[in-house]
Design a protein around this ligand. Sequence first.
Ligand SMILES: *Cc1c(COP(=O)(O)O)cnc(C)c1O
Length: 366
Amino acid sequence: MNEPLLDGNEEKYVLECIRTGWISSEGPFVQRFESEMSKYVHRRYGVAVSSGTAALDIAFSAIGIGPGDEVIMPAFTIISCVQQVLRSGATPVFVDCDLKTWNMDADQVRTAISKRTKAILMVHIYGLPSDVDAILEIADAHNLIVIEDAAEAHGQFYKDRPCGSFGGISIFSFYANKHVTTGEGGMVLTDNEEYADRCRSLRNLCFEEHQRFMHKSLGWNYRMTNLQAALGVAQLEQLPKFIERKKRMGALYTKFLQDIDGVQLPLERTDYAENHYWVFGILLSPNLGLTAATVMKRLAERGIGTRPFFFPLNKQPVILDNSDDRDQECPNAEHLYKYGFYVPSGLALTEEQIGTVASEVEAVLQ
Ligand SMILES: *Cc1c(COP(=O)(O)O)cnc(C)c1O
């Protein structure tokens, strides 16, 4: 599904860690990675952590989300987005997605606002950014904090501004299938010094500065190692090349698949961004009489790996079992789950492999 490209300075920098003995979070690559990522997305502070999920946990904690607060977020996203909201005693309010861009519908964000709303989580989905300006405007008008989840949007831009630069606080993941990978890893970015200080403390067990083993708050051990950061620095050097490659892969899949009846492909562009195809999603038309699950099974029988689209958060058993039964219907997110899947999209995929995947997709739909 997703083979990374580690063909730049990755080996050299990781060897440097091993040869110097700097393998924990104390090594110099951690700060270097934080400062280079911050520069890349025009933020003052970067706090490297052990995963994108960890980054979301400490971001929500740092801005003080807690009991009684509501956080507006898309239903069509990963479970990582909602975990700390639920654990902190706050309430997630799910908003449906647009069927073309697969991103959160900004109009529905407006109607989801209540007196208890404290923050909006804006997530860029599968390679196209959210409608950033619309969401920032709503947040400004209601004095809400925006958290930007750019885990799928390294190197992506909204108009001429980099993803990861929006709202009060933003996060990235560096999992192996992301455009910049450290194997496992993540980062919180912000311009707010207070948030940055809190994030640094939260990732490191909230040790007190002057009395190390004294703790006034609970944190996590979410530190990133120097080995991971070494990979990250090398990967970031390659990011422009990676984005070009991803765009070429998307264009090739589009060329091969666009004439098949009954499939909707990712938008190549909107009026604010060009798709950079974090993954190449395929949405089946209900007219075909086939669900994604059926097509994925047929493709597996032909040796083609696929992944389903996100299962909507408003229908997650773990959330339904623990909520006071707020009835939040998100029919578009449910439609995407039922009819959507994505095909191999890793950076190491060759043009020949893309051709093979496309012809197998065509064959199983006939
Ligand atoms: C991958 C991802 C995450 C979680 O990142 P991990 O590093 O896997 O914990 C969070 N949000 C989105 C949108 C993602 O795609």
